[in-house]
Design a protein around this ligand. Structure first.
Ligand code: UFG
Length: 321
């Protein structure tokens, strides 16, 4: 029986709640820490402790760190567009928040952290698939904050011996295949939750941003990685750090590019009806093609995504629980 205690910052959010499920399954003691700004109360599990507080609240953070063996850090702002309009908020929450977390870890002797990074650190790909050595050149403020947070982690490792796994997610998608996570994101910004809102009639129509890209069907290719697969990677990374392995920075993706049109076709197949779709201008800052080389995660952690079919990912998202 594992008896380690994990503090999950942002554990009531989309990816955080899936990781909490996986940790509880594996017998970890879990303490969720979330300010509930975007987290959902439906995503809180009875078996996990819960503290409603912000990572900018240093006193609460200090208290929460007591007796903790590792931190998993999801409590970041994540909307690309918003980060370009309100960089102050992103600097405050993501950068100052990260400093607070790391300092509270130092003060309490917590030595391990799993950090949610993003493919956004790479910017426009110079080649695909993107490996971890691809130059880092974020083109939005959100990606910049993720890159800075990775650099902070590297310094705290060197100076304070904090070991980290920085996990660069590609396009997180899907919902728990067992239906345990029930909360749905409010005001979604990403393709699949927008499709779900169109399917529910909450939005009139899906706009496909650009149909003249140099891709097989003219729409952008992305690497959609199922959130249950992300969750299993977090637990493997945690176990690797507990086993004394060195810090690591890893891509988490499937290695496969899927087009916007393929996602829409899969959603329509699942729903058994056509969705209202309109073709719109390209969205500024969207690269045509973005997919991962995720071999390093396999080599270091033995991790491989299980839910790789587009239909599985899309249906787990659209299913009603
Ligand atoms: N798209 C549409 N219509 C929409 C929404 C999205 O056509 O209404 C298209 C986009 O143009 C893009 C694809 O669907 O081609 C996926 O778009 P998302 O907004 O879902 O995701 P992004 O690829 O832009 O970004 C996501 C995360 C970022 C992360 C990035 C890393 O939002 O945080 O993946 O790959 F950095």
């Amino acid at each position: 029986m594992v008896s380690k205690k994990i503090l999950v910052l942002g554990g009531a959010g989309y990816i955080g709640s899936h990781v909490v499920c996986e940790l509880l399954d594996k017998g970890y003691e879990v303490l969720v820490y979330d300010n509930m700004s975007t987290g959902q109360s439906e995503n809180l599990f009875e078996k996990a402790g819960f503290i409603k507080a912000d990572i900018l609240d240093v006193d609460s953070l200090q208290k929460a760190m007591q007796g903790v063996d590792a931190v998993i850090f999801f409590a970041g702002k994540k909307a690309v567009g918003e980060s370009m309009i309100n960089p102050e908020m992103y600097a405050q929450n993501n950068l100052i928040g990260a400093v607070n977390v790391l300092n509270a870890m130092c003060a309490n002797g917590v030595k391990n952290i799993i950090f949610s990074s993003s493919a956004a650190v790479y910017g426009i790909p110079q080649y695909v698939p993107l490996d971890e050595n691809h130059p880092l050149n974020p083109i939005n403020f959100y990606g910049f904050t993720k890159w800075e947070m990775e650099r902070l982690l590297a310094w705290y490792d060197q100076l304070k011996g904090i070991k980290y796994a920085a996990l660069r997610y590609f396009n997180a998608a899907g919902y728990d295949v067992q239906g345990r996570v029930r909360g749905r994101e409010q005001n979604p910004q990403n393709l699949l939750p927008i499709i779900a809102e169109v399917a529910d009639g909450k939005r009139k129509c899906l706009q496909i941003f650009g149909s003249d890209y140099d891709t097989p069907d003219g729409t952008c290719l992305r690497d959609y990685i199922h959130v249950n697969d992300l969750a299993s990677a977090h637990v493997l990374a945690l176990e690797a750090l507990f086993a004394g392995r060195d810090s690591m920075t890893l891509n988490l993706g499937t290695g496969k590019g899927v087009s916007v049109k393929e996602i829409v076709a899969s959603a329509e197949k699942f729903l058994g009806r056509k969705l209202p779709v309109e073709y719109a201008q390209r969205r500024p800052g969207d690269p045509a093609v973005l997919y991962a080389k995720a071999d390093k995660a396999k080599e270091l952690l033995g991790w491989e995504p299980k839910f790789v079919s587009v239909d599985e990912i899309v249906s787990s998202f659209l299913k009603k629980h």
